[in-house]
Design a protein around this ligand. Sequence first.
Ligand code: 5GP
Ligand code: ZN
Length: 113
Amino acid sequence: MVDDCLFCRIVAGEISAEVVHSSDRVVAFRDLAPQAPTHVLVVPREHHRDAASLAAADPATSAELVTAAAAIVAAEGHTDYRLVFNTGADAGQTVFHTHLHVLGGRSLTWPPG
Ligand code: 5GP
Ligand code: ZN
């Protein structure tokens, strides 16, 4: 656990969030500022700064982010969805604890801008 990391603190239960899925390896909770009817963040319980760091260190957990996302969108009744890893500040990453954005429940345009 990294003390000044927002998502480590959510995983530890120190900061509240609406958790929609939890396992030994991952936790998923609703984004505070949702950009779609379903906007969930799936995070590893262990701290890694971005998606590639997690994939290199722990491929099984990296894969579970994606399978958990699919289960969440199915449970919310969607068939189509978008998965996003913002990586680095210029790409919009603001929290440096790996998180997979799961967006669904509306039509999504491409490219995202
Ligand atoms: P990033 O910009 O790093 O890709 O994504 C960070 C996400 O975390 C943003 O979509 C933002 O709305 C969300 N977020 C920031 N603070 C909190 C919080 O305290 N609780 C929850 N549930 N989401 C947060
Ligand atoms: Zn963290």
